[in-house]
Design a protein around this ligand. Sequence first.
Ligand code: HEC
Ligand code: HEC
Ligand code: HEC
Length: 379
Amino acid sequence: MKIHIRHLASGLAVLAAVVTIGLWIGLMPISASSGHWRVTSWFLHWVMQNSVQLNAMSVEEPAIVDDPVLVRRAAGHFEASCRFCHGAPGKATGPVPYQMTPAPPGLDNSAHAWAPAELFTIVKHGVKFSGMPAWPAPPRDDEVWAMVAFLRALPDMDEAGYDRLRGAAAPGAAGEAGAAGTTNPVLAGCVACHGIDGGSDGGAFPVIGGQSADYLATSLAAYRDGRRASGIMQLAASGLSDDEIARLARHYAGQRPQQPAQPAAAPDDIRRQITDRGGAIAAEGLPDQRVPACGSCHGGVAVDGAITQPRPGFPRLTGQDRPYLETQLHLWRAGARGGGSHAHLMARAAHGLTDADIAAVAAFYADDGNRGTGSSASR
Ligand code: HEC
Ligand code: HEC
Ligand code: HEC
């Protein structure tokens, strides 16, 4: 028995040495041009499938996965960062990714092949040994879910629908100039998502039109320099020069977008109740929870019959999209939202907010613009 084990051990040692020498002198074929053996492809995909399924078990799905607003939010980003490898409706993959091993698959069938939590796992973490990248902003699960919503809508999309969703036809988008458009190619890139006037397009994007130029420029630089996490905006802002940032900020600061009325999220009476609590937080803060009055920095509350303005360079929250405000407040509270040199003030302000406070104050500011009244008037 002892002799057998010794033989086995020396056999394994010789095998390991042969393999190592083989790898050392370069006998292992790593050329993508030769493709995989069929068994290697099968093995890698089998391993990937098992790993994705296991990891997806701990993923919590949001209440609503298939929200058209999320599909719109992710579509422009798909065009900018995924289409190159995976193609899109009516648009084939270019010749270069086709030479990858494995070649990136078309995604028409992925929504059927994978459950939402599995798609989430693939898009958030990427796939090793394949070239499929991870989501560039780790704290932004909300953005990954937007991409999942997009992938699930993909099988039913034709080329025209895809182009509409990614904003190619937005007035003023790339290639179109004139009254509603722009001849500035950098701005044209923004227009696909933010429109020429910086409106929210039904809540797909934050309202940026009419925000102060200082805040807009600070935010763009924060995305560009990696101080504010967003897979979508970090890509859109990468490569902007300080000059371009200043021009873009001036353009959107000068806009007055027409906001569509917020759809009522709850029956009127409940809504009023929530709204009033939010108004109190905005106007007075929550001293017991060490939450300062939001209005002291962000304005939007009634003082002596007039609505206050935000402090210079601080963002205006009035009329902002409600889910956007909620998402940002959750990020602030979790320590996952960066920004400019005043960001620490906001991190402190968000620390003591509960989920219910966040919902209430977001509802207050989102609705505030439509009601045209401040908190004191509504209480
Ligand atoms: C550099 C090329 C590349 C880019 C860019 C890329 N992918 Fe992939 N992706 C791949 C490759 C290669 C695979 C195959 C992985 C495997 O099967 O092991 C893949 C697999 C996938 C899958 C699983 C497909 C299936 O049905 O098995 C999904 C979903 C996916 N990618 C979505 C995306 C999204 C969304 C983006 C953009 C955020 C993206 N990919 C960007 C290369 C890429
Ligand atoms: C693919 C869609 C897309 C493109 C293109 C895009 N944006 Fe954005 N933008 C977004 C999304 C989504 C957010 C919200 C990001 C977040 O949650 O931090 C955002 C956020 C912003 C913000 C921060 C708003 C705030 O209230 O803090 C600014 C400023 C901004 N974008 C400006 C621009 C400019 C200028 C361009 C063109 C260079 C641009 N964006 C291109 C989708 C896009
Ligand atoms: C001491 C001043 C101050 C107070 C008080 C304050 N904030 Fe802020 N807040 C800021 C600053 C500054 C920023 C922008 C930081 C950055 O991005 O650089 C900000 C950003 C935000 C944003 C993100 C805006 C956007 O467009 O992305 C939200 C949402 C927000 N605050 C909500 C609140 C709420 C709700 C309260 C009250 C509970 C509050 N803030 C209290 C200073 C403050």
